[in-house]
Design a protein around this ligand. Structure first.
Ligand code: ATP
Length: 213
């Protein structure tokens, strides 16, 4: 049985007095995934931000996992790792430094060698010591994904994590997400493409059929 769960209860979202979605409820237990899909502007990013506690819901409630068997009122970085469209990278720091600083903020000790290893696993070893501002968009996405490899969080919330990746980087990223789920983590993600995750999981289509997942 799963030791923890992310729960969304009857969520609604409004932007500029327009209801984007309502009645959205789901549970994402440890060891599972949720793929949120839907057309441009249907509210996928807005939903992820609500799930992360970055934006308020117009209605409803989110219960985040904490240590096994408990729930917290807001998630911290030890619980939840969010990658949004903006990626959150520091452009003047190298890829390696970005991982080290990110770990430091999470209260983790990460050596440069460990950071380079995480980047190498994304196929970015040769880019490790370059400032992020000179990297391509796909390479930046790879750096953001490499941070997942050093994150303590069991719950990953990812906005279009495969966007801009070439075929090889996409396969690597898919394997990373699958291994996280297989190891008892959880992935909530948006994507306009089939991600092909296996095992316990669900798809939530935001739009006219929005509802239970
Ligand atoms: N602050 C805001 N004020 C007014 N409208 C907003 C605001 N923020 C978002 N929106 C609108 O809400 C809608 C949903 O935006 P959101 O980014 O959640 O969509 P999305 O499903 O992630 O789209 P995409 O697939 O294009 O990334 C869009 O029409 C957007 O313009």
């Amino acid at each position: 049985m799963a030791s923890w769960v992310l729960t969304a209860m009857d969520l609604a979202c409004q932007k500029a007095q327009r209801t984007l979605f309502e009645g959205v409820s789901f549970s994402v237990p440890a060891g599972s995934w949720l793929h949120i899909e839907g057309g441009n502007g249907c509210g996928k990013t807005s939903l992820l931000r609500i799930l992360c506690g970055l934006s308020p819901a117009a209605r409803g409630q989110v219960l985040w996992p904490s240590s096994p068997g408990t729930q917290v009122s807001r998630p911290d970085r030890s619980v939840l790792h969010y990658i949004g469209h903006a990626l959150g990278l520091k452009p003047d720091l190298t890829a390696c430094e970005n991982l080290c600083v990110d770990a430091q903020v999470s209260g983790l000790a990460l050596s440069r060698a460990q950071a380079v290893q995480a980047l190498a696993a994304q196929g970015l070893q040769s880019r490790a010591h370059l400032p992020v501002r000179v990297l391509s968009q796909g390479q930046r996405q790879g750096v953001a994904l490499a941070r997942l490899r050093t994150s303590p969080a069991r719950l990953w919330i990812l906005d279009e994590p495969l966007v801009g990746l070439d075929a090889q980087a996409t396969a690597t990223a898919r394997a990373l997400l699958q291994s996280h789920v297989d190891a008892g983590g959880a992935v909530v993600m948006t994507s306009h493409h089939d991600v092909g995750l296996q095992g316990p999981g669900a798809r939530l289509h935001l739009g006219r059929e929005t509802g239970q997942a």
